[in-house]
Design a protein around this ligand. Structure first.
Ligand code: GLU
Length: 494
């Protein structure tokens, strides 16, 4: 069997969005599954719209996702001579012709067609110009484009799409399309095929929006005498109102960088993307890297549009809940050492990292992560909601204050009293610290909850969290005593 060769060819005209990342992922999965190669090609021929910033963003996004390439990045503009050579070959072979029709002439015909309520198609005026006629027009300095000469055949033009099945149309339905502009620049339809032939691409997995191009490209493959790759088109990604998702209407949440910058776990996000248009044929949602490489199949890509379930008017929907749910799953179940490395980056970024966390305090560090991760949603939560474990300058969340957890005036005396007892106790253990707090509540004839809820807020700034006395032991006697005494200072919420 020949080696499979796939490619991801983004046009660097914007950010790496969810749809693009999904395309990259599906190609990557198939290449890894089949032991083939994945090629990165930057399709930068639209010089006016391509930017260095976009290229950088795409490369960073792919790197964050962990989608690695075996070849590239190649840049399409470096291969312009190949594209021109192919266009010339098609001219020489009689598969293409020079067209001298002006924009004004074409516009007039288009308007006439629309007035007559017919569909405008290029009327092939220049298709059969003689060599003399062409020479005459060129001598007169008339500019020309190069059009592909769609064969006049009965029967149907078609190909087998791995996702959508047999796709066909009559040859007469395809216009003689332009392959080189009048300024000599080859167009995307041609460049894309020439590059795929040169890169010996065997499988093209791309968005459904390219499907109309594919039939034209099938003709180019035939005319260039190259074997047709396998095509599979992926459904579009729409929002819950069936509109195409875009940064303009949905904001940052459609960009891959958003997930990186908001503490998503790269593999969790890949896992989410995999399910956006593909399923294993059951309800299964969690796939490890190895499982997804093993189970992915082009045939199981959905035909119907994928829905990105995001409601921007509802603040509860930070992003698609499934993305969040999968992220939480990994956050709470992944190996603690691996999580430790991820959180190290977060702590470093917030100036909270202590080198000892990788040395003498390693057990404490990993144990603390294991204790606090159960209620967290993203990697960022460790330095925001979990800041009190790594620094003294944490803020108190609004929620406990709204619930009046610190309202009881007696707490101003009781918590410092508890601090004194903790300082004096000989046995700073789970059982003993709990007993001391409960005994104090008994003596004061108040519910233990009053003391315990206040402790949680004073010690961690949060209303909820791990079991209280686990927190006490994790923070350690010094910090607990200091914070309980600090209750005398007025509290400020974040
Ligand atoms: N440059 C095209 C795009 O970004 C890729 C088309 C293809 O995959 O063939 O949409």
């Amino acid at each position: 069997m020949t080696e499979t060769r796939l490619r991801f060819p983004p046009s660097p005209t914007g950010y790496l969005h969810i749809g693009g990342a999904r395309t990259a992922l599906y190609n990557w999965l198939y290449a890894r599954q089949t032991g083939g190669k994945l090629i990165l090609r930057i399709e930068d021929t639209d010089v006016g719209r391509s930017t260095q910033e976009s290229i950088q963003g795409i490369l960073e996004g792919l790197e964050w996702l962990g989608i690695d390439f075996d070849e590239g990045p190649y840049f399409q503009t470096d291969f312009e001579s190949d594209h021109i050579a192919a266009a010339n070959r098609l001219l020489v072979q009689g598969n293409a012709y020079k067209c001298f029709c002006t924009k004004e002439e074409l516009d007039a015909k288009r308007e006439a067609a629309s007035a007559a309520k017919t569909v405008f198609g290029y009327d092939r005026t220049c298709r059969n110009l003689s060599a003399d006629q062409i020479a005459e027009k060129e001598a007169a300095g008339m500019p020309s484009v190069i059009r592909f000469k769609v064969p006049e055949r009965s029967g149907l033009l078609g190909y087998d799409d791995k996702v959508f099945g047999r796709i066909e149309c009559a040859y007469s339905e395809i216009d003689d399309f332009v392959i080189v502009r009048s300024n000599g620049k080859p167009l995307y339809l041609l460049c894309n095929v020439v590059d795929d032939i040169r890169d010996r691409i065997t499988h093209i997995i791309r968005g459904q929006d390219h499907m109309t191009n594919t039939l034209k490209q099938v003709l180019l493959y035939e005319a260039l005498n190259a074997p047709l790759p396998v095509f599979g088109h992926m459904p579009l990604t729409l929002d819950t109102k069936k509109a195409k998702i875009s940064k303009r209407s949905h904001g940052e949440i459609v960009a891959v960088q958003f997930y990186r910058d908001n503490g998503f776990i790269p593999w969790a996000f890949n896992n989410f993307l995999a399910l956006l248009g593909w399923s294993a044929g059951n309800d299964r949602e969690i796939f490890s890297r190895e499982e997804l490489i093993r189970d992915f199949s082009l045939e199981r890509i959905n035909k119907s549009s994928a829905i990105f379930n995001y409601r921007k008017d509802d603040p509860k929907f930070f992003t698609d809940p499934k993305a969040m749910h999968i992220n939480e799953h990994y956050l709470r179940t992944m190996g603690i050492a691996e999580l430790g490395q991820m959180i190290e980056k977060e702590l470093v970024a917030e100036n909270l990292w202590d080198e000892e966390y990788a040395a003498g305090k390693k057990d404490w560090y990993l144990g603390t992560l294991a204790l606090i991760r159960d209620r967290f949603h993203t990697l960022k939560d460790f330095t925001t909601l979990g800041r009190a474990y790594f620094a003294d300058d944490f803020t108190v969340d609004a929620k406990p204050l709204e619930k009046n957890v610190l309202k009881h005036p007696g707490l101003q005396e009781w918590l410092p009293e508890l601090a004194d007892r903790y300082e004096r106790c000989t046995d700073f253990t789970l059982e003993e610290t709990e007993k001391i707090a409960r005994d104090l509540a008994d003596e004061l004839e108040i519910k233990p909850g009053i003391i315990i809820n206040a402790m949680r807020t004073v010690l961690t700034g949060q209303l909820a969290g791990p079991s209280m006395f686990d927190i006490v032991l994790t923070l350690g006697r010094d910090r607990v005593v200091r914070r309980l005494r600090g209750v005398k200072k007025p509290f400020q919420s974040s």
